[in-house]
Design a binder for this molecule. Sequence first.
Ligand code: SAM
Length: 345
Amino acid sequence: MSSAGELEYPQILLDYKHGFLVSKIMFTACELGVFDLLHELEESASAATIATRLNTSVDGMERLLNACVGLKLLKVDLKNNEGCYSNTDVSAVYLVKSSPRSLYHTIMYYNQTIYMCWQYLTQAVREGKCQNQRAFGTSSQEIFEALYRSEEDMVAFLHAMDSIWKICGRDVIQAFDLSAFRTVCDIGGCTGALAKQFLSTYNESTVTIMDLPQVVKTAKKYFVTDDKRIHFLEGDFFNDPIPEADLYIMARIIHDWTDEKCLELLRKIYQSCKPGGGVLIVETLLNEDKSGPICSLVFSLRMLVQTEGKERTPSEYSKLLTDSGFRDIEVKVTGKLYDAILARK
Ligand code: SAM
């Protein structure tokens, strides 16, 4: 029910109306390198200095910097009557590209790929299908053909996938005691970022990362790991054999595909899984009544625009798992971006 105050002045609608403008301010400051420059300078700097260093107009830069101050992404102090800007603690840790916990690459993926795709949300809802052909001009709707248009696009996507696990990885890996699982296969494991988190907790295991051949080659080229417990396997999880393992990690895999394809993949995994083994699904869970969380609802629309899949409720995941043969399903909502489901053979 709306309150009298909301009917008089619809603050919530005004906030939603410019939500994407706020995002774009953060994206632009990242893209122009504002946070990186302020980190490099190690002291506050004026709009004129920042504009000169980043090759922008002074007026445009000053407005951008002030908007960032308003959004608490930057701080400003007056020196000789001139505003001097510096990073906030959060920006220093998460927006500076070189920071170990940087979200820079995820933000650039939103700024480029997702921003472009969401121009077609209306068409996606009308047609009930992804918009890769419209957004990227690719010859097919195929999800990963669109994301991997060039090596540069692939590296950008891999960076975006990689960065989030430095922040949320431990929560999903430690949601259950997985210490009994010694041979692990990360299905669609990309650069191995979650595998590294797994091994930092369960250091006696080994992890095979299975991904498409071009992804494995790119991951080896740009995301070097010297951890001898990590092995890469080039393969197509729909068409090639799945290696035998005690535990299969499937992080952000199920949400890309239709129920039919998920069942096909989960049944294949069940066949390869050692008795007593299991599968760990890592996704953003929807509430059972699909009333939230808002982030999962937004992600589900993202999946509509870009993939064949959707976000699902715990019961929907449980049904896919039981229909593939798995049992003893446990669900852990972590309170962070990603949740975990463990099922056993
Ligand atoms: N699991 C990783 C994570 O959470 O960061 C990556 C998730 S990403 C959404 C999906 C991954 O599945 C990509 O790395 C993609 O290359 C891989 N993938 C897609 N189709 C595949 C296939 N047919 N066989 C193997 N890997 C595939």
